[in-house]
Design a protein around this ligand. Structure first.
Ligand code: B3K
Ligand code: ZN
Length: 850
């Protein structure tokens, strides 16, 4: 069992560090198991400091020597760091420590991946490299010297000089330690250049393992587009002579925005048509943009403390979503984001892990890189933009960059620039940052004598530690349509501030149909009594594409729920609407594909739970199968032609249009496979010249339990490619029938290519298992057991990835008593492990205690 008394940190306890760090010089003498890190740091006591203790964070470091102003000292050491007495005037701190990158399986601090050295310091990894005030409000310039035999030696900032076996870097921009990075390895680069708007030439590189150079083109294009976009839209320019990206195979997350030296999970940067799917291409483009955008929103302006994480993450997610909308399709991006928000953030908000966008306490900050901080954090900015309007939004942002460049800021600073720009009082709006939980918005309509009135009520259920909820400011975008589908009233943003509030529209010639919460203008659950006919009307006629999709989505959910609860047949009216849409060539293929995408089984489970019905995962699965089978049968005559019509005649291109067409083609193929026993899918599998179509065909085949031969062929073809192999591992588990999923996953964990040491591989199998709703929640409990076994094993190596994966258990309260008991038992079994990490311990306790 982990220590009972894990320390909790509170937002209210913030105190600044008592010393300024004037500059930092680091020397690394690289050796796999015994790297020496020498630091020389100029500290100056702050005259007005409330806290004058000199404490430096440091974990898992072997201290070789420490000096103050050249005089050797013996500091007091603990597991968390070091303290000592220091002069009451500026002084020079020097230390030499030894660390073990090769033995670092947690992938935090300095570690090794395939023989190359790399770092991950956010949030608190720098303290595993040397003794330092490892907190984001301590900012300094860094000079770095790397000594090693590797061909490429990289750090932040600009290169200063280099020779045989060494290189020196200097970063002129003050930064917190979490943005420090070092890479050393026998890498090759894919080079390019970018000229900024003020005419400065920047050298760009993507560094990869030899052999991967051919997978850098797309990422490099995305980088240049991001640099240009940030200049055009936000007026923000890059600020160093060089921008390096490095691809690393073993990485706990997607990527990291270290100043001038972004480090990427190779899955989030390497792309080729043969090995990457359309979804991979889109994700790579977005993540490259996200990390690049952090250069201003995160690096030049950073967070005062980790409670303010959403300051940089929410804003940067918002910015990368704007970028993707501009590069691709705005409505498609919005629909995709809302699907993800509901699946990840709404479910987080409804469970034991619910927390405010700005949390007020934590034990392990790595556990708060959540959908709430990131995605809801971005939604909050979207609402702010809607409320103040585009012009004032960009004015406020300009002020933010002018006022706070070089600072470590808070949400208060952020809101203040909006208040100062617009003269608005944002104190009520701030509740979006402090109150957890998703508001439920109920809506009533009334019409009389040309006046239409909408009445909304908002309510947020209690969340852990927050029983009382106050009304929030909710921007509700509304448009009114007449019976022909013409707009009577173009989109208007209603500003709701009360618990219950009415809005009236006069002078109408008849009762309108309201299109409410257009573009999903606020992250709320809208509860609206509305007939099927009205939703079918909106699906066909709404001028807001998001709400067109939403109407279809709500019909789909309702049809599915009726099948589960009443054993009804699939709703004929809805089937009919789908068929019409499928054939309607005037509609964007990507949009049609999204409407055809069935609601996830987990979403249906959540919807049932909200109606007070205990969801049965098997029944939900059966309903999904029946629905798809019925739709396929009704379309029997047209499916082959639809398939042919949506098959592209040109070679692979990852642009939005082609992706949309392939997405629709995949939906059709999956229906067709139910009728032809996978014949067409098999043909597509062997004919495919790109991964999107090859894996789509394999998915269709595995889903009807017919893909064994192709799966073997896939393995033979791709066994040398790690990233493609991750797909092979994941697909088999994701497509397995409920009673087989855990067994398939278990067998795969015994496969020679399975390893706990690579987070991508672990996530491929365990992520696919927890994502296979009926398989994971199979009544045997085998899914729960297998995940728990693997979490226990992984926690000893990599606490961060283990803790993150514990979220698979967060929805336990939805299910019946037997399943809840099984989950609790597994959680208790994990909690009882000797030496359990602080990360995992915190997650399990929060889930169990709620
Ligand atoms: N800032 C990093 C995430 C760091 C996660 C630390 N556990 C990547 C990003 O959000 O861009
Ligand atoms: Zn980020």
């Amino acid at each position: 069992m982990a220590e009972e008394t894990a320390q909790t940190f509170y937002l209210k306890d913030y105190t600044p560090f008592g010393f300024d760090v004037e500059n930092v010089a680091l020397t690394f003498r690289l050796a796999p198991s015994a790297t020496r890190v020498l630091s020389k740091i100029h500290f100056a006591p702050k005259p007005d400091a409330a806290d004058q203790r000199f404490f430096l964070h440091g974990e898992q470091l072997k201290l070789i020597s420490a000096k103050i102003d050249g005089v050797e000292i013996t500091p007091e050491l603990s597991d968390a760091g070091l303290s000592c007495t220091v002069p009451n005037k500026p002084f020079v701190w020097e230390a030499e420590v030894e660390i073990d990158p090769a033995g670092n399986t947690a992938l935090e601090g300095l570690y090794m991946s395939n023989g190359m050295y790399c770092t991950q310091c956010e949030a608190e990894g720098f303290r595993k490299i040397t003794y330092y005030p490892d907190r984001p409000d301590v900012m300094s310039t860094f000079s770095v010297r790397i000594e090693g035999d590797e061909e490429v030696l990289l750090s932040n900032g600009n290169p200063k000089s280099q020779g045989e076996g060494w290189a020196e870097w200097h970063d002129p921009w003050p930064k917190p330690a979490y943005l420090f990075a070092l890479v050393a390895g026998d890498l090759v680069n894919y080079p390019d250049k970018f000229t900024t708007q003020s005419g400065k030439e920047v050298e760009l590189n993507i560094w990869v393992r030899p052999g991967d150079e051919g997978k850098c083109f797309f990422g490099m294009e995305a980088l240049k587009q991001s640099m240009k976009w940030d200049e055009d839209v936000y007026g923000l320019e890059y600020d160093l002579d060089i921008f390096n990206i490095v691809a690393v195979d073993d990485f706990n997350m997607g990527a990291m925005e270290n100043k001038g030296l972004n480090i990427f999970n190779s899955s989030c940067v390497l792309a080729s048509p043969e090995t990457s799917t359309d979804a991979n291409f889109e994700r790579i483009e977005a993540i490259i943009a996200h990390e690049y955008f952090h250069n201003w929103t995160g690096n030049r302006i950073t967070c005062r403390d980790w409670f303010q994480l959403c300051l940089k993450e929410g804003l940067t997610v918002f910015r990368d979503a704007q970028f993707t909308s501009d590069m691709r399709s705005e409505p498609v991006k919005r629909i995709e984001d809302v699907i993800a928000l509901r699946a990840r953030q709404f479910s987080e908000d409804m469970g034991p892990l619910s927390h405010p966008v700005r949390p007020e306490e934590f034990q392990e900050i790595n556990n708060f890189y959540t959908a709430t901080v990131y995605e809801k954090g971005a939604e909050v900015i979207g609402m702010l933009k809607r409320l103040v309007g585009d012009a004032d939004y960009y004015k406020a942002l300009k002020l933010y960059f002018e006022r706070h460049d070089g600072q470590a800021c808070t949400i208060e600073d952020w809101l203040k620039v909006f208040e100062d720009t617009t003269d608005r009082d944002l104190s009520q709006f701030k509740r979006w940052y402090s109150q957890a939980g998703t508001p439920r918005l109920t809506m009533d309509e009334a019409y009389a004598d040309g006046t239409y009135t909408l009445t909304f009520s908002q309510k947020t259920a209690p969340t852990p530690g927050q029983d009382q909820k106050d009304p929030r400011v909710i921007p509700i975008a509304v448009g009114l349509l007449n019976d022909n589908g013409d707009e009577l009233l173009p989109t208007q943003v209603l500003e709701m501030t009360e618990a219950k509030q009415s809005f009236s529209f006069d002078g109408l010639s008849g009762r309108p149909t309201a299109s409410v919460l257009r573009e999903f203008s606020a992250p709320v659950i809208l509860e609206r009594e509305s007939s099927k006919a009205e939703r079918a009307f909106l699906l066909a006629h709404d001028t807001d594409p998001f709400n067109r999709w939403e109407a279809g989505n709500s019909l789909a959910r309702e049809a599915r729920i009726a099948m589960v609860t009443e054993g009804s047949a699939p709703d004929p009216a809805y089937l009919d609407a789908l068929q019409k849409l499928l054939r309607d060539d005037s509609q964007d293929p990507a949009f049609r594909a999204l409407v055809l995408q069935p609601p996830s089984q987990s979403d249906i489970a959540q919807a049932l739970f909200e109606q007070g019905i205990t969801p049965d995962p098997q029944r939900i699965y059966d309903a999904a199968e029946t629905f798809a089978q019925t739709l396929a049968e009704q379309l029997t005559d047209s499916l082959p032609r639809l398939y042919a019509d949506t098959t592209l005649e040109y070679g692979y291109r990852p642009d939005a249009d082609s992706c949309g067409k392939r997405a629709l083609n995949f939906r059709i193929l999956s229906l067709l496979s139910r009728l032809d026993g996978g014949e067409q899918a098999s043909r597509q599998y062997y004919a495919a010249d790109n991964m999107t179509q090859q894996s789509a065909a394999l998915t269709c085949l595995l889903s009807i339990d017919k893909g064994e031969k192709q799966s073997k062929a896939f393995f033979t073809q791709w066994k040398e490619d790690r990233l493609v192999m991750d797909k092979w591992f994941a697909l088999q588990v994701a497509c397995a029938a409920p009673d087989k999923a855990a067994g398939v996953a278990k067998d795969l964990t015994r496969h020679e290519l399975f390893t706990l040491k690579n987070p991508n591989r672990f996530r491929a199998v365990m992520g696919a298992l927890s994502g296979n709703h009926a398989g994971f929640h199979h009544e045997s409990g085998a899914g729960y057991r297998l995940l728990a076994d693997n979490l226990i094993a992984l926690d000893r190596l990599n606490p961060q990835t283990t803790a993150r994966m514990c979220t698979a258990f967060q929805s336990l309260k939805r299910y019946d008593a037997a399943r809840q008991n099984q989950i609790r038992q597994e959680l208790q079994r994990i909690a009882a492990q000797e030496g359990l990490s602080r990360d995992t311990n915190e997650m399990i306790s929060r889930i169990l205690e709620a």
